[in-house]
Design a protein around this ligand. Sequence first.
Ligand SMILES: [Zn+2]
Ligand SMILES: [Zn+2]
Length: 57
Amino acid sequence: MKIKDPVCRKEIDVQPDTPRVEDCPCCEGENTVYFCSDNCREKFLGDPSLYHQVCHG
Ligand SMILES: [Zn+2]
Ligand SMILES: [Zn+2]
């Protein structure tokens, strides 16, 4: 499954060990966001709403 990292906009192939955030804190309900690296994941968690529109279209 190919998805876009909302932080760096890189296309990534989701693997079992792909860094992720389950239950994205910037939106209601369940939503899993995937990242190319832990670095991008940390950035996202620093201010999820900054990337909200990107991660949900
Ligand atoms: Zn979100
Ligand atoms: Zn990234």
